[in-house]
Write a protein that binds this ligand. Structure first.
Ligand code: CA
Ligand code: CA
Length: 150
């Protein structure tokens, strides 16, 4: 059950990291967790990106951290507004850091650190604005709930 993958404390750590990262940038970060990814991880992340309506941000600057916990797949996907402005390897350092932490079983802290790093990197291209709106929920999204919503 992916909903119980994190303890309430760990969930709070991740959600707080998103809120804190979004104080640095107008970019909107989300986390999606499910058990198994049966296709290419970037394809699946792109599918979830659409499903979570993450393309609806004004500046097209949503970022999805995707994780399938049983088969250990991970991807970071940014929207077109970000891709138009940043180098191709923009997420590499963050991705490598998060995967290193995952290998030590530090899932919640690894994700949180990656999220904070993403906020800092996005700051240059998409600074936080005074009239910022929280365009996408900071809550973690779980695979099963998404299916039930359909
Ligand atoms: Ca925002
Ligand atoms: Ca948000």
């Amino acid at each position: 059950m992916t909903e119980t993958f994190f303890t309430p404390e760990q969930q709070k750590l991740v959600v707080d990291a998103i809120a804190n990262a979004e104080l640095n940038t107008s970019g909107e970060i989300r986390v999606h967790i499910e058990s198994i990814c049966k296709e290419d991880v970037l394809d699946r992340a792109a599918f979830m990106f659409e499903k979570l309506k993450m393309t609806k941000t004004k500046l097209r600057n949503g970022v999805l951290f995707y994780l399938s916990v049983d088969d250990h797949k991970f991807a970071i996907l940014g929207d077109s507004g970000i891709n138009a402005q940043v180098p191709k390897n923009f997420w590499n350092d963050i991705k490598n850091h998060v995967i290193t932490e995952f290998k030590k079983n530090n899932y919640a802290s690894g994700l949180s650190e990656g999220i904070i790093m993403a906020g800092e990197q996005l700051k240059t291209h998409f600074p936080h604005e005074d009239d910022d709106v929280d365009e996408l929920s900071n809550e973690i999204s779980y695979g099963k709930e998404m299916l039930n919503d359909e």
